[in-house]
Design a protein around this ligand. Structure first.
Ligand code: AHR
Length: 323
């Protein structure tokens, strides 16, 4: 009888231990599940941004469902609907354009899934469609680009500078805000004249096409090229050289992003100024998502710290850019 009781006690203890083990979170259980819709892979910024988000998800123990929308808003909307159906903990995405998100984000809200905007923002009349936006202050980037140009005009003693602008994707946040920040800052300076603003969609191939068109139309008149990203600047550079001009000397080139390839060209004197737009947003994204899941308050807008690289600086000790 005594032996039987002992055996039952051992069995009961084993059951309790097993049940207890099942209740403990397993070591490999993710901190949260995140669905991320990336808008595409149009630039070194974008590729660096995707890589950083993937690396930081791993570092923070976040299970990441990454979707590449291949430059199409409808693909982003489909991806967000899939994330809702999967019932992820957090949805994050980089909106390719600012308008047209209300319906799908209302669906996420009704499903109780918090949304974080990464890099770009959206336009909406509805409040609370997203919890936080993590990305650059694009208006300030335009301001910094213009401030460089004002300094350069002073240094060169120029009384007239004719500017061509190659903008990013139509109706996207960086395109709109960089344009506004740049021209608001130059407004009222009689030396600055816009020849034409053309759309290069943030693509290298389009940057080349735009530059070819601008050179054919304005040729010698062009004093300044303000390009909204490195990719388009690098598309424009060979066109400028083939037309017989020395970029960085005959024309002032101002770019945005600060990827390694463009920084190397700046160091060689063929670009004059690059305003940084950092793609390294993954750490901030993971921390914000984890705070939201833990019920902690988060900032509505989070801007990373960014700087300017230009021909006024000694860049010899600049560490590798990582994108
Ligand atoms: O939204 C940020 C912009 O998008 C980057 O400046 C550009 O390179 C990218 O495609």
């Amino acid at each position: 009888m005594k032996g039987k009781i002992c055996l039952l006690a051992v069995i009961a203890l084993c059951c309790a231990l097993l049940c207890g083990c099942r209740q403990e979170p397993r070591a490999e259980e993710p901190a949260l599940v995140m669905g991320f819709s990336q808008l595409g892979s149009e630039s070194s910024f974008r590729i660096g941004n995707t890589r950083d988000i993937e690396a930081q998800a791993q570092a923070y123990g976040v299970s990441l469902m990454m979707d590449d929308a291949k430059q199409k808003q409808e693909n982003q909307i489909d991806a967000i609907r899939r994330f809702i159906a999967y019932r992820v903990d957090v949805i994050a995405f980089s909106p390719i354009v600012e308008e047209g998100w209300d319906n799908v984000l209302l669906e996420a809200k009704q499903a109780g899934i918090p949304v974080i905007l990464v890099d770009r923002t959206i336009q909406t009349e509805i409040s609370d469609l997203y919890v936080s936006q993590i990305g650059a202050d694009f208006y300030q980037e335009g301001v910094l680009a213009a401030q460089y140009l004002l300094r350069k005009a002073d240094a060169l003693g120029k009384d007239r500078l004719r500017i061509v602008e190659i903008t990013g994707t139509e109706s996207s946040t960086p395109m709109r805000q960089r344009h506004e920040g740049f021209w608001d800052t130059l407004a009222g300076d009689p030396r600055m004249e816009l020849l034409e603003s053309v759309n290069g969609d943030f693509l290298r191939s389009r940057g080349a096409e735009c530059m070819r068109y601008l050179l054919e139309r304005y040729g010698d008149q062009i004093d300044v090229v303000f390009s909204h990203n490195d990719e388009m600047t690098m598309g424009a550079l060979p066109e400028i050289e083939q037309a017989g001009y020395r970029p960085g000397q005959d024309m002032i080139l101002i770019s945005i992003d600060g990827g390694q390839e463009a920084i190397d060209i700046l160091k060689a004197g063929r670009i004059n100024c690059i305003v940084e737009c950092t793609p390294m947003l993954g750490g901030l994204l993971m921390e914000t998502a984890l705070d939201i899941k833990a019920g902690k308050p988060v900032e509505g807008i989070i801007h990373p710290v960014e700087r300017v690289f230009c021909d006024e600086d000694d860049l010899s000790a600049l560490p590798p850019r990582g994108y």
